[in-house]
Design a binder for this molecule. Sequence first.
Ligand code: TYM
Length: 350
Amino acid sequence: MTDQPPAPYAGAPPYLGEQRVLSGMQPSGDLHLGNYLGALVKFVRLQHQVETFIFVADLHAITAEQDPKKLKQQVREITAGYLAAGLDPKVATIFAQSAVPEHAELAWVFNCVARLGWLDRMTQFKEKSGKHKERASIGLYTYPVLQAADILVYKATQVPVGDDQKQHLELTRDIAQKFNNDFSAPGFFPLPEPLIQGPGARVMSLRDGAAKMSKSDPSDNSRINLTDDADAIAQKIRKARTDAEVLPETAEGLEGRAEARNLVAIYAALAGITEAEVLKQYAGQGFGAFKPALADLAVSVMGPIGGEMRRLLADPAEIDRVLADGAQRARAIATPVMAEVRGLVGFWNS
Ligand code: TYM
């Protein structure tokens, strides 16, 4: 595997070699602070620098059981979160994954490129399937292959995600490389870079500094949801697990203090500063002082997002318009790429 930029490919579409950002989120529960700091804030920032495609992964959502009557509404809720956090539909292309059938079509081709051994190494499948792997859906197993198709059907070059997606991005690069080799099309697919860095890359549970903040945690106090109001946000931070020591002067002093480190990282990510800068300000202070400051900061950043989400969801027509327009723009890119893939593979319908 090489870190070199892809070699030019004869007949390449004009955007190849330029940058394109793509990312997505599953509509399988409320968006939380981890999704916001690990991914969403980066989308909002990047949209002004690079052509940006952000979608709602409803195909991925059905790898676990979903209520068909609720799925569309869940897609709207994630879209409302995108818009409320500051994604501008005139700048970024925002759409639902199922509105662009080329994702699923390319995923099939990639199922025949990826090797069983590669997927056997995926830790997220092991975590999600638990003890009863034979009862998990095959879709859950090939989930990262569909993710590779999501990215490569737009020839995206950068993928802003949280730390938990790192392995899926490595697999995406392996699939791109093997496709290019297998079908003698050097540089056809770029090898996309994950954008993971930053203090929000791995936000931990407020109840357990060793567990990731997650939609599936049974305790609502473990996470701050984007729809939480100011009281709920402040209360969850007040109840967050900590220790009895004061904050240290440097990040090394947080070694072995997972909960303290998590709150400092959340503060840094919310304020857009480094952990060292947070510690410079709060060194020597206990959580009695730090938690209220963090709660104020979290309320000032998250509160307006929740309010805007509620306003948007009260008028779903606006959200539906954004998704319809986004799907059209997304298809305009995915359709010709998939047509080229059919040609390279030698399909009858190419
Ligand atoms: P999902 O829906 O689980 O999460 C959406 C995004 O939020 C990030 N994230 C976190 N970041 C920091 N701390 C946390 N505790 C935390 N929890 C979640 C995730 O890393 C992700 O960036 N497989 C993806 C969806 C997907 C996708 C794609 C992403 C499907 N196709 C193509 C990028 C490109 C997922 O399940 O994300």
